[in-house]
Design a protein. Structure first.
Length: 355
């Protein structure tokens, strides 16, 4: 856009002399014209518009440079050290088995679960589906048997286990055809009943037995507990030493109370088992959020489903995952042949009570 001041500065007095002034008013106009001509003649030369255009180009660049400098100052901080990268706001869950187990172990250490006295009962309520197979010389077949279970276990008093059968299903059409070919014999469906649990006065972790006081006083590390469980294996026990340690640590989490430091050590020992897998977004059969620690043996993956905050056992699951013939069942990959959920646990004073 043309600058009006530049137009005025470019204006020159006309070569033709002005007419003579007309009275006092005319003399005043003449003097004003002479003064204007003198001012214009003495003014500095006009700046080129090109400089203004160049300024418009360089100003945003300078602003961007300033913003970059500010960003670098923030990133480096006043100490001159680069801050560690910040996690994405949605990336809050651990991404490895070791990280998830360590977080749960720390939660277990700070939890304050009720621990039963020797004369009290540890209560567990669960629902489970497990493979039930019938094999003889003429025919064999496998079905899935479901039941609900409540258990009251004590160190010094006779406990009780109540079971309610929920029915039978088939892991695959092939197993049902095998049952039909066998003459449709009566299935060994779970029945309703009550059994008694006799106290042995101890808790079990691997082959080691702990009294209630020893359980409360336990202060070993996960690495120490892992070596203890592994060293306690008998020759030929389990499909492999590492696989058996995995099973025994799972057993320790089920159907018995664990003092906070013992639970934390069991979780940290699990992280040391070779060949474990991890799923940070698992759910148990009741739909509860969990993380899964798994291991594959003989074509079957065993998932231990744990509460992310406390490491409490929520469930277990067995799934066919590899082209390795199962010793008893014929079913496609991905078939769940075992699934348990532990709905509720607690401490009560008598068998039959619920926490």
């Amino acid at each position: 856009m043309t600058d009006e001041l530049e137009i005025l500065r470019a204006w020159a007095p006309p070569d033709v002399a002005p007419p003579p002034p007309d009275g006092a008013a005319g003399a005043a106009r003449a003097r004003a014209r002479v003064a204007l001509h003198a001012h214009i003649a003495a003014a500095p030369p006009a700046r080129r518009a090109r400089w203004r255009r160049r300024l418009l180009v360089t100003v945003p660049t300078a602003a961007a440079l300033a913003a970059l400098v500010v960003a670098l100052v923030v990133a480096l901080g006043t100490s001159g050290q680069v801050e560690p990268p910040r996690r994405h706001p949605y990336a809050t869950a651990p991404t490895t088995a070791a990280a998830a187990l360590e977080r749960a172990a720390r939660g277990a250490e700070t939890a304050s679960p009720a621990f039963p006295r020797p004369d009290q009962f540890f209560y567990t309520k669960s629902i489970a589906t497990y493979l039930a197979c019938s094999m003889d010389r003429d025919a064999s077949y496998c079905a899935l048997s479901s039941s609900r279970r409540e258990a009251w276990i004590s160190q010094t008093r006779r406990g009780e286990i109540r079971t309610v059968g929920l029915g039978v299903s088939w892991p695959s059409p092939a197993e049902r055809r095998k049952w039909i070919a066998a003459g449709r014999p009566r299935l060994a469906a779970p029945g309703d009943g009550v059994t008694h649990a006799h106290p042995d006065g101890v808790y079990h972790v691997g082959d080691r037995r702990y009294s209630a006081q020893q359980m409360r006083d336990f202060d070993g590390s996960g690495a120490q507990l892992f070596r203890q469980v592994r060293d306690g294996l008998r020759p030929g026990q389990g499909p492999s030493p590492d696989g058996e340690v995995f099973v025994l640590l799972d057993d320790a989490l089920r159907d018995q109370p664990l003092a906070p430091r013992m639970r934390a050590a069991v979780l940290r020992a699990l992280a040391l088992v070779p060949g474990i897998g991890f799923d940070g977004h698992a759910k148990d059969r009741l739909g509860r959020s969990a993380f899964a620690i798994s291991r594959v043996a003989n074509g079957t993956r065993r998932d231990i489903l744990l509460d992310p905050a406390t490491g409490v056992l929520l469930g277990e699951r067995d799934t066919l995952v590899a082209h390795v013939p199962h010793e008893t069942v014929s079913a496609p990959l991905g078939t769940v042949i075992g699934d348990a959920a532990y709905e509720r646990t607690g401490v009560v004073d008598a068998a039959g009570q619920q926490p």
